[in-house]
Design a protein around this ligand. Structure first.
Ligand SMILES: Nc1nc2c(ncn2[C@@H]2O[C@H](COP(=O)(O)OP(=O)(O)OP(=O)(O)O)[C@@H](O)[C@H]2O)c(=O)[nH]1
Ligand SMILES: [Mg+2]
Length: 173
């Protein structure tokens, strides 16, 4: 069985990076040099794709979407038959916070979804205040989601997100 996980979040929150870390195959990335100033050189304009094999009969497809809203027509290709959703939020980033509710609605995240929030770019500077803001927003949306600090560049840190999704699924079954 092929299960589909979407990685959503603002520009620069680490979606492409985390998929590169998690995937057991070479990932398909659609990063290009950005034509507008988004504070970094490369950005995703299509879908990132990676893959994790979990035994003979199960695999997880990792789908990353562009953070830039002007490419949101791409989101609809991913937003169907999702097994789980990972929301990445860049630590201290106001845009990440303001995009969160919009993205949660778009990807239909509710209390019955299998979803984890990862706060990235936080190593050594985790702030309770920012984490609390993320928690408050999720509660305002009436969903109580697990929130982790994750370094998207680090495989074992990234695996914590995947293991949590698998554990949540096991409790739901
Ligand atoms: N320090 C730190 N840097 C990170 C982390 N996650 C990603 N980065 C860096 O942040 C930059 C942007 O990461 P990307 O993975 O391209 O972000 P994205 O979410 O795919 O961005 P878009 O495709 O533009 O929406 C890269 O230089 C990453 O190496 C993290 O947890 N900590
Ligand atoms: Mg990207």
């Amino acid at each position: 069985m092929h299960k589909k996980v979407a990685f959503i979040g603002s520009v620069g929150s680490g979606k492409t990076t985390i998929i590169n870390q998690l995937s057991s195959i070479d990932t398909v990335n659609t990063d290009v040099e950005s034509s507008v100033d988004i504070g970094k050189q490369f950005t995703t304009v299509g879908i990132d794709y990676g893959h994790i094999n979990l035994g003979d009969d199960m695999s997880i497809g990792l789908y990353g979407v562009p953070g830039q809203k002007r490419f949101n027509f791409v989101w609809d290709f991913v937003n169907d038959g999702l097994w789980a959703v990972v929301i990445l939020i860049k630590n201290g980033d106001q845009d990440s916070l303001s995009d969160m509710a919009y993205l949660m609605k778009y990807f239909k995240v509710d209390q019955n979804s299998t979803c984890v929030i990862g706060i990235t770019h936080a190593e050594g500077k985790e702030t309770d205040k920012f984490t609390q803001k993320v928690r408050d927003l999720s509660e305002q949306m009436e969903v109580n989601l697990p929130i982790y600090h994750v370094d998207a560049r680090d495989k074992s840190s990234a695996m914590l997100i995947m293991n949590t999704l698998i554990a949540i699924k096991e409790t739901q079954e």
